[in-house]
Design a protein around this ligand. Structure first.
Ligand SMILES: *[C@@H]1O[C@H](CO)[C@@H](O)[C@H](O)[C@H]1NC(C)=O
Length: 476
């Protein structure tokens, strides 16, 4: 209800001029505050005599006397003589009435009347409106995700007078409506619901209730964070496709979001129980040392109050590390290969230089063109792999470009007048074959780019199949 101590709001409506009685059309005030109902009858002529001043209130179609003043008599207040109602001045020209403290029941239409001679009664009418500042609140409703439109938030402007207007600002499609309840004290409580289809996307999003009401200098905005309950949405992270026997510290993490936030994670396998070598640490499944026991499918099941979600992750335990997947190992090998390539390029450059010195013929042009053609390292290396695997002793002699598309050429001995850059593979092939083993490099290159797979296939068909089989075998 109204706050005591508030200033009375005076309306800005102009004084009624058509009558000689001067009143304000409307006066407003809060419960507990003071209202001043101005009523003046300026003496326009000494011939006009005022004999009585009366304030009346229209109640239920009838007029009830509120205040009466006659010269030589005490002012009287028939409606309420508790002292709450009084004249500002006791005067026949100024009938201004003070009501304090205001009650909600004071609201109504008041008539100020001067009994005059010779014109008879003259009056003015004032409406007294009692205002009440509403208490505004807004909150979300906990709703479950679904596909029917339901109220997801409610905004209430309670005990206001006059009634508040409520609207909503939202980035979602939604509809709202308002209902009003008039309270026993004459104030009004307005309630508005925001209705929409509750989606997971709407969860934790904000909408705003905007309340406008006469006593509010500016509309009041109340943000509401929606809460849409939904079952866990689960993913399993951490599987890098490189779980190999005796690898340490392999971890799967079960990541779940949901509303309410899921707290319980349950790990299992299709057979039910977990291998004894895994440890469950809440949302994490930790394998200290990978063995064939974890060559299975892991299931993470997450539950909240809305539902339960299961997701699976199949783990493939390899006999050997998966070079493509192992960041560190792959990086080292990649670095070694890059270094080899660099050496090869330099060596080739030197060879080319020497060749040019010896033989300034048409081949000079080829030599000059050569280096750019083979500079991109990956294709270069890949090209020689299948040959290297299938036929290591001959690797040095394999022409660079012919290797894939015409495998038969691979067997040809290097011709003295082949462009020198064809010798590039020689330098590379020797190193990996000797130090790391061809199989690993082959697999690494196979994985690094699907193109290599295609190339391997192409060569595999025409060339000895051994190389193909060897590299594939590593995957199984
Ligand atoms: C893991 O299982 C797959 C088949 O599911 C099998 O091919 C692979 O060899 C197994 N790994 C080990 C290390 O036994």
């Amino acid at each position: 209800m109204g706050t005591p101590g508030r200033l009375v709001f005076w309306s800005l409506l102009s004084v009624v001029l058509t009558q000689r009685v001067k009143v304000r059309n409307e006066v407003t005030g809060y419960v507990g505050d003071e209202a001043m109902l101005q009523c003046l009858f300026p003496a326009s002529s000494p011939d006009i005599k005022v004999s009585q001043v009366t304030w009346m209130k229209e109640m239920g179609g009838k007029k009830q006397n509120v205040a009466v003043y006659l010269p030589d008599h005490k002012p009287n207040f028939p409606l309420d003589n508790s002292g709450r109602i009084r004249f500002l001045n006791v005067s026949l020209q100024d009938a201004t009435l003070i009501i304090q403290p205001l009650r909600m029941s004071d609201e109504g239409t008041y008539v100020c009347e001067f009994a005059t001679y010779p014109h008879g009664n003259e009056d003015g009418v004032t409406t007294l409106s009692i205002l009440a500042r509403p208490t505004n609140t807004a909150e979300s409703r906990k709703v479950v995700v679904g596909n029917t439109t339901i109220p997801v938030a409610v905004c209430t402007s309670a005990n206001g007078k006059p009634p508040a207007h409520i609207k909503w600002d939202a980035a979602f499609d939604g509809i709202y409506n308002a209902s009003e309840v008039t309270n026993g004290d004459g104030t009004v409580t307005v309630t508005s619901q925001f209705n929409m289809v509750p989606t997971v996307e709407a969860d934790q999003q904000q909408i705003t209730c905007i309340i406008s009401q006469r006593t509010l200098a500016a509309p009041e905005n109340i943000p509401v964070t929606l809460s849409v309950l939904y079952p866990p949405q689960v993913t399993i992270d951490g599987y890098d496709d490189n779980w190999y026997v005796s690898r340490s510290e392999a971890v799967l993490r079960c990541a779940a979001k949901g509303n309410p936030k899921p707290t319980h994670y349950s790990w299992s396998t299709p057979s039910g129980s977990l291998p004894s070598t895994v440890q469950v640490q809440g949302d994490r499944l930790v394998v200290q040392s990978v063995d064939v026991a974890v060559n299975t499918t892991f299931i993470c099941q997450v539950t909240n109050s809305v539902g339960t979600t299961r997701v699976e992750q199949t783990v493939l335990v390899r006999a050997q590390p998966n070079m493509a997947g192992a960041g560190t190992t792959g990086g080292i090998i990649g670095g070694i290969i890059a270094a080899i390539v660099a050496v090869a390029v330099v060596a080739t450059g030197v060879l080319i230089f020497r060749q040019q010195q010896k033989n300034r013929t048409e081949q000079d042009n080829e030599d000059l063109d050569g280096p750019p053609a083979y500079k991109p390292p990956p294709p270069q290396k890949k090209i020689e792999d299948p040959e290297g695997v299938s036929n290591p002793p001959e690797a040095e002699n394999i022409p660079l470009k012919a290797a894939y598309f015409e495998p038969s050429i691979a067997a040809d001995p290097t011709e003295p007048d082949l462009p020198r850059y064809h010798e590039l593979p020689t330098l590379e092939d020797k190193e990996p074959a000797a130090t790391r083993g061809l199989s690993l490099e082959d697999e690494y290159l196979d994985q690094i780019n699907p193109i290599y797979d295609a190339l391997s296939f192409a060569s595999g068909e025409g060339a000895p199949e051994q190389g193909f089989i060897m590299s594939r075998a590593l995957y199984v």
